[in-house]
Design a protein around this ligand. Structure first.
Ligand SMILES: *[C@@H]1O[C@H](CO)[C@@H](O)[C@H](O)[C@H]1NC(C)=O
Ligand SMILES: *[C@@H]1O[C@H](CO)[C@@H](O)[C@H](O)[C@H]1NC(C)=O
Ligand SMILES: *[C@@H]1O[C@H](CO)[C@@H](O)[C@H](O)[C@H]1NC(C)=O
Ligand SMILES: *[C@@H]1O[C@H](CO)[C@@H](O)[C@H](O)[C@H]1NC(C)=O
Ligand SMILES: *[C@@H]1O[C@H](CO)[C@@H](O)[C@H](O)[C@H]1NC(C)=O
Length: 236
């Protein structure tokens, strides 16, 4: 009888572990965290990933403590949960301008939405096509959210506004891409970190095209200017 209960309890426990992925949200380090741990850690990392020019003084910039997922004030060595909803949070004193505070808030909110998505969406089954169900797991990459993706495919996601540090978002939508390898793991870079390609989110390409346009226009107008100068000098 007691053994029966124990067995039942054990079975439920094991099922709980097997179902575990449904209760946790994945981050770019491959950890599955509970909603509360995830919320703090991803938000602290949103702060950590901001570029140096987002802060008015590198000395006072809060440090991210990887082992606790907290932000640490370097001068007083006190730790804080990353919480953008708290208007008196010390992080707000460190930004160069409101713009970066807004980027931080947007990133933390996007992370939270991502976790809620991960918890509520049904798992897609890609087995239909090819007998193999290998897939990369839905995840937060530090900036954006990615769904389950079949092995060997590259997922595309709309570049979110908070990834534009240098400029306003471009008028037409751009897409970041994340490669799911043949063995069902996300592409990792040379530092062994999962990596998303944000290069097409940048406006540099567009700007370069604009520069070429200007150079060509100048060249054409010079071409017409030289004969007219010649005519002017010769026939004046
Ligand atoms: C900061 O505080 C933590 C614990 O609160 C301690 O382990 C650490 O050594 C301290 N660091 C410095 C530089 O004082
Ligand atoms: C807001 O942050 C400050 C400093 O971190 C903390 O002392 C305070 O308790 C926080 N307030 C709330 C409502 O969490
Ligand atoms: C199935 O997999 C094979 C090789 O692994 C590939 O050549 C083929 O295109 C795949 N078919 C579909 C429908 O994905
Ligand atoms: C998946 O493939 C990549 C590249 O081929 C390799 O670096 C990685 O170690 C593989 N991962 C696993 C779990 O096999
Ligand atoms: C990133 O994406 C861009 C544009 O899609 C591409 O040209 C570039 O090769 C990609 N970089 C890597 C390292 O995959």
């Amino acid at each position: 009888m007691i053994a029966g209960f124990l067995l039942l309890a054990l079975t439920l426990q094991v099922r709980g572990i097997l179902d575990g992925e449904y209760l946790f949200c994945r981050t770019e380090r491959g950890y599955h965290l509970s909603l509360e741990e995830y919320r703090q850690d991803t938000c602290a990392r949103c702060y950590h990933y901001l570029p140096p020019f987002a802060f008015h003084d590198p000395e006072s910039r809060l440090k991210y403590d990887e082992s606790t997922g907290l932000l640490v004030e370097p001068l007083s060595n006190t730790s804080f949960e990353a919480d953008p909803e708290n208007a008196t949070h010390p992080a707000y004193g460190t930004f160069q301008s409101d713009l970066f505070a807004r980027k931080w808030i947007a990133c933390c909110r996007a992370a939270l939405d991502c976790c809620k998505d991960m918890l509520t969406h049904h798992y897609d089954d890609f087995r239909g096509n090819n007998g193999s169900a290998l897939q990369c797991p839905r995840t937060w990459d530090g900036w954006q959210c990615w769904p389950d993706t079949p092995a060997g495919e590259t997922a595309e996601g709309l570049c979110r506004e908070h990834v534009y540090f240098m400029s306003d978002p471009p008028p037409c939508p751009k897409y970041a891409s994340k490669q799911c390898l043949e063995n069902g793991t996300w592409y990792v870079n040379e530092w062994n970190s999962e990596w998303t390609n944000y290069s097409s989110c940048s406006r540099i390409q567009g700007m370069r095209r604009l520069q070429y346009f200007h150079i060509i226009t100048y060249a054409v107008s010079m071409l017409f200017l030289i004969p007219s100068l010649f005519i002017f000098v010769v026939y004046k």
